[in-house]
Design a protein around this ligand. Structure first.
Ligand code: NAP
Length: 342
């Protein structure tokens, strides 16, 4: 393999594992960071053959840098998008960089003659806006932002991923030419962390471990391993005949209480602060009147969202390791990095 691939957001959690796998498989990688001042630090974390990795400065909100970063690249993995720990004051703080950044990346990719563009979307673009209950989702589904009140009820992050993937697909339909587009839609990504600067998706495991989550509300989410998400991106970059496709990356849906049980049973004394106590729905609703974190979960109470990984398995031969392993590896790694107060 002698291709050159551009990976946006080289400082990120998923991008780190993706760059490692790509370099190990012989690709030359161009990657972007917001400022080249972070290049040395990111190189130190990635620990790959530095001759195969080049850094460029590019911000999702600014035109500069994208063309230079993609020059000479045959493939793109557009991974960067804001994934903050908390909710922004204004949803546009996430929607605008997610959407406009994807369009900037697409325009630069087409101008550079890129053949395959893989976008990291999310199950956030698939599985929301349907109301509560038990739902089964596939790649044919889209999060519905059209209902009255949806923009108020659906989080800014979920909106940003939905709007960005839709905008990218609309741009491809009219402007894409012969460039091929594929999107990857991971559920909540867990697994080992490379650094102390961990992704927002690990927060729930951290909060369980340090005891700051005093009880488990009746909520849950799909879980997938960061190593398997990276692997699915590589498969999507390589596989012929998948232009236009969308692939869910998920192992299985788990309730928060189940995740707490896994930590308790696999980590022993290290999980002594992990609560398995369930908090009734009415108490979450009352707490939500005063506590923003509780407010954020009220709409999720009782919901079950199964997101099928069957398509990625059938078409790309992808396999997902068991969610339990991703949870335990995330926890051990947060503990090893000293990120959890014991
Ligand atoms: P992450 O570690 O927070 O990485 C996000 C990356 O985006 C970082 O490199 C960040 O750069 C970059 N970024 C954010 N705003 C930017 C801007 N304005 N300009 C340039 N770069 C910017 O999160 P992650 O978990 O790896 O997520 C990567 C992708 O996967 C995102 O598209 C996310 O929506 C998607 N995803 C994640 C999950 C999950 O559970 N983690 C699930 C589904 C989909 P800085 O380091 O400079 O902030």
């Amino acid at each position: 393999m002698s291709h050159t691939v551009f990976v946006s957001g080289g400082s990120g959690y998923i991008a780190g594992f993706l760059i490692r796998q790509l370099v190990a498989e012989g690709w030359t990688v161009h990657t972007s960071v917001r400022s080249l001042a972070t290049e040395a630090q990111v190189r130190e974390l990635l620990q790959v053959d530095n001759r195969r990795l080049r850094f460029f400065a590019a911000d999702l909100n600014v035109d500069a840098g994208w063309a230079e970063a993609m020059a000479g690249c045959s493939h793109v993995a557009h991974v960067a998008s804001p994934l903050p720990m908390g909710a922004p004051k204004n949803a546009d703080e996430l929607i605008v960089p997610a959407r406009d950044g994807a369009l900037r990346a697409l325009r630069a990719a087409k101008a550079a003659g890129v053949r395959r563009f893989v976008m990291t979307s999310s199950v956030a673009a698939i599985a929301y806006g349907r109301g509560r209950g038990v739902h089964h989702f596939t790649e044919a589904d889209w999060t519905d932002l059209s209902k009255p009140g949806a923009r108020k009820e659906i989080s800014a992050y979920i909106q940003s991923k939905t709007v960005a993937e839709k905008a990218a697909r609309e741009w491809m339909a009219t402007e894409g030419g012969t460039m091929e587009f594929v999107s990857i839609c991971p559920s909540v990504v867990l697994g080992p962390v490379l650094s102390r600067d961990y992704s927002a998706s690990l927060v729930i495991v951290k909060k369980l471990l340090d005891g700051s989550l005093g009880a488990c509300p009746d909520i849950g989410f799909g879980v997938v391993d960061v190593r398997d998400v990276a692997d699915l991106h590589v498969r999507a970059l390589n596989a012929p005949g998948i232009a236009g496709e969308r692939f869910i990356a998920n192992d299985r849906f788990m309730k928060l209480g189940e995740i707490a049980d896994v930590l308790r049973s696999k980590l022993g004394a290290e999980a002594h602060k992990v609560t398995t106590r369930q908090v009734p729905d009415w108490m979450v609703r009352v707490t939500a009147l005063f506590v923003p974190l509780a407010k954020a979960v009220v709409g999720e109470l009782g919901s079950v969202r199964h997101q099928s990984p069957a398509h990625a398995k059938a078409v790309l031969g992808w396999q997902a390791r068991p969610a339990e392993q991703s949870i335990v590896d995330a926890a051990r790694s947060l503990l090893d990095q000293g990120l959890v107060k014991r």
